[in-house]
Design a protein around this ligand. Sequence first.
Ligand code: KIV
Ligand code: NA
Length: 270
Amino acid sequence: MSITIRQLIDWKHQRRPIVALTAWDWSFARLLDAAGADLILVGDSLAMVALGHATTLPVTLDEMLHHAAAVRRGVERALVVCDLPFMSFQESSAQAIRSAGRALKEAGVQAVKLEGGHAAAAASVERLVEAGIPVMGHVGLTPQSVHRLGFRQQGKTPTAAERIAREASALAEAGAFAIVLEHIPSELAARITADISIPTIGIGAGTACDGQVLVTADLLGLSPRQPPFAKAYADLGAIVTRAVKDYAEDVRSRRFPDNGAIAPTSETGT
Ligand code: KIV
Ligand code: NA
């Protein structure tokens, strides 16, 4: 049975933290799901960690859906959410509905996420929810606005903090089921978490949030550039390098394949 949005909201009130991670393909999605991730986000960060772009801006909706469908096939338990990429929702609420509708119909995800808490974003959230599409908000550092904001922490002045708090409330009122708080001071994240009735999922936003999300490439040590708030729980980069070097050495010295690997006739029954 899949985790439901209702459950995630209940967990906020039970103070049970939500474990969220990103995924971009079937192999990792099934591992994350089996290991107990509650929410799997097909984040547009895949533009950077899977496609090699310098920002999230170039990834298209078609590319997102291609990855989201693969992730969906690997997940049985977690709630799967797909990011609406840059310029797939900003134009109008109608565009947001068309894009989100494709994510549900073509990729089979259960919800979408969109960046921003200004009036137009909140209006789109409201229209999506009316159309039956669950939406996650995302405020603070919103990487699709990198050319305006940079990758800097947001909400550092009282005015900026007020604005982010207001945006989070507006998204909650518009019907979002959860909100990502990215790279804001932990006191601000704590205040928003206490003020709104839907879960906050933090990334670089302190421990008071109702859940945490990390980009899986950062968690596993696969990113050449880690953000300061990420934590690598493994060094998969080093493990992959070691395995490839061992293999290369074995091939060049003809140790692989070894004799045992040349199938004996018994295996095929002849
Ligand atoms: O794209 C992404 O990975 C995200 C998370 C960092 C929240 O939006
Ligand atoms: Na994103």
